[in-house]
Design a protein around this ligand. Structure first.
Ligand code: DOR
Length: 438
């Protein structure tokens, strides 16, 4: 009998319409052709997935891959390899590169650099500035553009929209979702004397929850006024969560695995500047509010905020040390461990990393295991135990804040655009990622 399918994934526990079903997946070229019972003689290749869970490919909607600018920290190639080894099939990459991605030439340059070099699928944010609002309407035409990124508080890089009128204008004119780094720049400048030299814990005093809250209230009010969609990145504080709970008409919410797993002061005592990030990891009460927000559906997306810096840079004395830590490779292992510990259901996790990112940003034909969709799948072994270590990290920076962290639940493989790309911590097909379509 001739082959009907290029690849059959046989006997997996597949996540379909919010339920686990024991079905087979037949793939032709880059698309899912059939979901149902398939005879294995009909496949060119058959991938036996008994005992494994197959979910629609996980998407990390916040990564910084540092190209162009800082190839010692990361580039599009190495960052995408880290992604697939962590079970991520698509990434949205941030514009605070050097030079920043805040004009059409820089955007096209990033797309060219990504072509035939990235191992996962990709899209890029267009960076907002105080001077480029008049061009923002034209980003609808850009292939591979997921949205606009606006820093309203300064962080790594030079991108910043500081004036209230400019912040409002970006939200008013953007034809796509505006993803916001939400810390109030005026308060950040005012509170600088709360920084204590050589004490990274004082990062939480300087960039406290008032700084985040003032900004989040402001951007939500602009979104409501203009009835335009915003996405608040890496929400870190209980105050923002209490506010956002009742203010989600035009706003969606992201939080990160590090906020859900580490807390102050312990993380700073153990890891110092390695866990310094903007906004900062806060106390246990904030972490608990974030978990409640997940169970109540207030959080829409988990993004890693993968922001690698070299160990040498991180070794500088606070506050000379840069903010940010890698995370694209550990997002799923950490979150699957939380599933096994009963902190959230697998159903909720799939919504946070696949279904909602697809819906919020309008990605075409992904985010569900169904016929005609692109065959992007993350293959999970919910029973596999794994010790996360620096030596496993594929990111150029070669370290993780989760070094020596034991997890149960592991993304053992990825299928991207119909091809098996990684299996058991090996990449079997490199550089076949494609730009996402919106
Ligand atoms: O800590 C951070 N580092 N937060 C950000 O928003 C940017 C990131 C980076 O690019 O290093």
């Amino acid at each position: 009998m001739s082959n009907i399918y290029d690849l059959i994934i046989k006997n997996g526990s597949c996540f379909i319409s919010n339920k686990i079903e024991q079905v087979d997946i037949g793939i032709n070229n880059d698309k899912i052709s059939k979901v149902g019972l398939i005879n294995k003689t009909q496949g060119g290749k058959v991938f036996e997935a008994k005992g494994l869970t197959i979910i629609p490919g996980a998407i990390d909607t916040q990564v910084h891959f540092r190209e162009p600018g800082f190839p010692k920290k990361e580039d599009l190639e190495s960052g995408s390899e880290a992604a697939v080894l962590g079970g991520i099939t698509s990434v949205f990459e941030m514009p605070n590169t050097t030079p920043p991605t805040d004009n059409f030439d820089a955007f096209e340059d990033k797309l060219k650099r990504a072509n035939n070099r990235m191992s996962c699928n990709y899209a890029f944010y267009f960076g907002a500035t105080e001077n480029n609002t008049k061009f923002l309407k034209d980003i609808v035409q850009l292939k591979g553009c997921c949205g606009v990124k606006m820093f309203v508080g300064s962080s790594t890089g030079t991108l910043l929209v500081k004036k209230d009128e400019a912040i409002e204008e970006v939200i008013r004119v953007s034809p796509k979702v505006v993803a916001i780094h939400s810390e109030d720049e005026n308060l950040l400048q005012k509170k600088r004397d709360l920084i204590r030299k050589n004490d990274p814990k004082s990062h939480t005093d300087w960039r406290d929850s008032d700084v985040a809250m003032a900004s989040t209230k402001k951007v939500v009010s602009y979104a409501n006024k203009h009835r335009k969609r915003i996405h608040v990145l890496h929400v870190s504080s209980k105050e923002e969560i209490f506010f956002l709970k009742n203010n989600k008409d035009f706003t969606t919410v992201e939080t990160t695995p590090q906020f859900l797993t580490m807390h102050s002061p312990d993380c700073y005592e153990k890891l110092g500047t390695l866990v310094q990030m903007n906004p900062p990891i806060r106390g246990k009460d904030h972490q608990e509010a974030l978990w409640d927000a997940i169970s109540q559906g207030v959080v829409d997306i988990i993004g890693s905020d993968h922001a690698p810096h070299t160990l040498e840079e991180k070794g500088k004395q606070y506050p000379e040390s840069p903010s940010g830590m890698p995370g694209v490779q550990t997002l799923l292992p950490i979150m699957l461990n939380h599933v096994n510990n009963g902190k959230l259901s697998l159903d909720t996790l799939v919504n946070l990393v696949s279904i909602k990112p697809t819906k919020i940003f309008g990605i075409k034909n992904r985010g569900a295991i169904k016929e005609e969709n692109f065959a992007d799948l993350t293959v999970i072994d919910m029973h596999k135990q794994f010790l996360i270590s620096n030596s496993w990290i594929a990111s150029r920076c070669k370290w993780t804040p989760f070094n020596n962290y034991k997890v149960k639940g592991f993304p053992v493989g990825t299928v991207i655009n119909g091809n098996v790309v990684s299996w058991e911590s090996e990449i079997v097909l490199k550089k076949s990622g494609k730009p996402l379509i919106f």
